[in-house]
Design a protein around this ligand. Sequence first.
Ligand code: C2E
Ligand code: MG
Ligand code: MG
Length: 715
Amino acid sequence: MHSVVSNSAVSLDVQADVSTCVALLSNFDGMVYRMRRDPCWTVEFVSAGCLSLTGYAPHELVFNQVVSFEEITHAEDRQRVRCAIDTAVALGQRYNVEYRIVRKDGSVCWVVERGSVSSQQRATALPASSGRPSTIEGFILDISERKQAEHALREAERRYRSIFENAIEGIFQSTPDNHYLTVNPSLARIYGYASPADLMANLRNISGQLYVDPARRCEFIRLMETDGYVTDFQSEVYRRDRSVIWISENARAVRDAAGKVLFFEGTVEDITKRKRHEAEIQYQASHDPLTGLYNRTALYAGIAQAIQAVQGNGGQVAVVFLDLDQFKYINDSLGHQVGDHYLRTVANRLRSCVRDSDMLARQGGDEFVLVLGNQHSPSDITHTVDRILGIVSRPWMINGLELQVTCSIGISLYPTDALDADSMLRHADTAMFKAKSLGRNTFQFYSDKMMDGGSDRLGLLSRLRQTLETSGLVLHYQPRQCLKTGRIVAAEALVRWPLPDGTLVSPADFIPLAEESGLIVQLGDWVLREACRQLRQWIDEGTGHVPISVNVSRVQLEREDLAGTIADILATYALPAALIELEVTESAVMGDVEKSLNTLRQLKALGVGVAIDDFGTGYSSLSYLRRFPVDTLKVDRSFMQDTPDDKESAGIVAAVIALAHTLGLSVVAEGVETAEAALFLQDLNCDQLQGYHFSRPVPADAFHALLLQGVTCVK
Ligand code: C2E
Ligand code: MG
Ligand code: MG
């Protein structure tokens, strides 16, 4: 009974176990199976999960009622699955294989199948050859989601790898102890290595091998430690071939959970071109394109810097302002190309006079400035300036011509004369102007007295303008004597600027300033008007018609309306045009030749005379005179200085007179100071002389007196 009770209890237990198993199997996400290892994988048993996994109900699969598991297995995977299972079975192991199945609705789904030879078979240890088919059992799970996730991961990794491999920027991971963990091909290329592997193998110490200044790597690491990142961190680095490039790094520190820096990762950009471009812009902004010297902007900064450097050490700063004396002449007569060439020559000569620590700048035009820093003795400055005067005035050959240009120099000192760049430059300019008025080719140190006299350029210009507006200028007249008759046949009107103390400022001192500033147009108009007014007065007084010659500067000659202006003035004073002669220099005519030619033709048509002034100081070419409608040639006074004693000068004068005559021009010799010179000229048939020998330029009254003495000659 007991055993009956006990047996029935056991069978109840078994039933409970079976139903628990069925419940477990139906709850199982995948499908549990037993299959035969036949070509169809004939299913003997399959759990309810079959439906959701394959879309087929268990009875459709069991014994291949509708479809076999072989058919469900994706055609491309069948071989592999069978092989995996056969191999495991042969080795007595469990198999574990991932493959695809085609569900009832045609969709493809990834599964994992794990199992082994069926337990029954193992228990009975029946060999496969026993006649009963070998069976396997196990379970199959849907792993589509995991597969998709893996696929997405692989895709992402592929994409990121592509970015890494193909990025234009270099990408790296490096360690705080100066070696690389990874680099991409671009980084290798930027640093001049054949491949990332080549770089990793050869660049083993970033700090020592890469950075031109190893302190940059220290700074990089310091920033990483304090900020955790760097942006646009610029450094110069060596490429493999030791050439130097500029790079910009953007990087961050990667830390572990405890905050310890594991490595750095970031990007590298080659910014050499950008840097070069920036440097070019910087260079252009601070240099004069013609000479390569510093420009005015840099000059101001340079002076300020030099001042700062001597503050507290008792040193001085000298600003040396240099202006070429005859540059305008070179530029006007030989053309701008020669002028530019000359400025470059001067720049090079000046370079050879200064120390590396001194600054050399072109302030503009023909003005150069030297900043001599940390000076302790005035004699050093004088020594340098003396050298400059000597070097600048060395002869210079161009197109077979030997030219000699001198310069005038003004010097101002910090802290004696001024305390800032602007004042130092102004004072040096004033001193330079003083040097010019002392006869050029010399230098002057600035002194406060120069300012008392208001002799600085700007002050002078403003006072000249004022004097002109208040009719404060006067004309002196220098007679021209006929060498045959000894009579006054003409006079040259020469402008004078009387100062309140009675002294007269020479036109040589203010005409260049008036030309530079454009005031010459107004001044020239005044001279013409005044000469005509005076002439009208003398004619009205019955003292005779004496032709007056008036100097005309290049600026006036290049104006469109010179002939018109003269016609108006002549009309105002009802004067015949033949009583006015205009003196133009060779260089003025040769400036804009076509324009000059046009103006000269208009003047000729008007009936005024034209004389070439200072002949021999410019082109000295008689051939071009044929092209110009000119009446008179005035031989420059420099030739008369040693004539007739100096054979060379005398020979030139004789030749010029003869040639001018063959061209039908009358000749005036300027600057005749001696009787010998006058006799010499008479022998050569020179037409007229002008010079101290006969008379200095004199005020209108004095000239009038000369005319009244009866030496008047009415042409
Ligand atoms: P320039 O036209 O050649 O004038 C002759 C200059 O030679 C005058 O100088 C005159 O005083 C000087 N001179 C005359 N005879 C002798 C002599 O025997 N020996 C010496 N050593 N010098 C003599 P100044 O008056 O100082 O004028 C200098 C220059 O200024 C003139 O040279 C002329 O180029 C310019 N200038 C004068 N007045 C005017 C003017 O109204 N307008 C323009 N644009 N320039 C003027
Ligand atoms: Mg003259
Ligand atoms: Mg002259």
